[in-house]
Design a binder for this molecule. Structure first.
Ligand code: ATR
Length: 277
């Protein structure tokens, strides 16, 4: 039996098993099952060992362990190294490697909607666990990236991480700029909420986006997909902006991990999309 896991704390809300088991069934991936497991921090090493010795065949990592898992791995690769955020583990030659499929998942969600994310001005709200994955999606193509966070120090740290990517790409550090919480940069093409504000339906960021009124080209993207429409998106819709929630990014990050483990390039069909409603 091949066993796949998503680990986090809390984990009850995770919809990853729903997606992966849907594909396991659809593509008749033999004798495989995907489960969720609530774990404590001191169990991270045990999970990695189980992957190394073949008791588990693949792991997804979610909040709050995407960074904390790193010391237990043999290496982090690609976007995981640049973001310092790992959401997928794979074994190769007895070594356990950490990958990040959030960045590519986010890009795929845009490309799939025919949204051009290159050469844009981007405004990232938040500097929490997932924010580095979003920043990484833009560092090599955006014209300008603004970051704001209630706690400014975390936005400064996020910029530092982004600056490493920029220097590897030979781009200027001024591409990323931190703005104070409550201050608005120039009107941007894409505004992304990466904070947890909105997970509870009545929560509000209390940022003023009135200068985006009737701007049909601006895209407001909320990584939250449950609730489907946060106040951030609802207000954007009322202003006449384009909106998108985090559902497709979530499905894409799973699709990439599934392919890494099974070799199957799963199709994202309507049945699956409806399953997550
Ligand atoms: P996680 O790792 O789960 O993303 P996190 O690192 O605490 O959790 O990130 C949560 C994000 O939501 C942070 O950007 C946080 O801002 P702070 O760094 O200032 O805590 C943001 N956030 C949470 N509640 C908020 C609120 N009421 N107003 C503004 N930002 C908030």
């Amino acid at each position: 039996m091949k066993k796949y896991l998503v680990i986090g704390n809390p984990i009850d809300h995770s919809l990853s098993p729903l997606i992966h088991n849907f594909w396991i069934k659809k593509y008749k991936v033999i004798e495989s099952v995907y489960e969720k497991k609530n774990i404590e921090k001191n169990e991270l090493r045990i999970i990695v060992d189980k992957l190394r010795n073949g008791e588990i065949n693949g792991v997804n990592i979610t909040v709050p362990y995407k960074k904390e898992i790193i010391p237990f791995l043999d290496a982090v690769k690609g976007d995981a190294e640049l973001t310092q955020s790992v959401n997928t583990l794979c074994k190769d030659n007895n070594k356990v490697y950490g990958y990040n499929t959030d960045t590519k998942g986010f890009k795929n969600s845009l490309v799939n909607e025919l949204i051009d994310y290159k050469d844009k001005n981007v405004f990232i709200i938040g500097a929490g666990g997932v924010s580095s994955s979003i920043l990484e999606a833009f560092v090599n193509t955006a014209n300008k990236i603004y970051i704001t966070n209630r706690t400014k120090k975390k936005a400064d740290e996020l910029k530092k991480l982004g600056d490493i990517s920029l220097s590897l790409l030979g781009r200027e550090k001024k591409t990323i700029e931190v703005v104070n919480w409550g201050e608005m940069p120039e009107v941007c093409d894409i505004v992304i909420n990466t904070t947890s504000v909105g997970l509870n339906k009545n929560e509000n960021l209390n940022l003023n986006f009135e200068h985006y009124k009737n701007n049909k080209n601006a895209l407001f993207y909320d990584l939250i997909y449950n609730p489907k429409e946060t106040n951030f998106l609802n207000e954007a819709k009322l202003r006449g902006n384009k909106t998108m929630n985090g559902k497709m990014m979530f499905i894409w990050q799973a699709q990439i991990a599934f392919q890494m483990w099974t070799g199957v390039a799963a199709e994202i069909d309507e049945e699956l999309i409806k399953l997550l409603d």
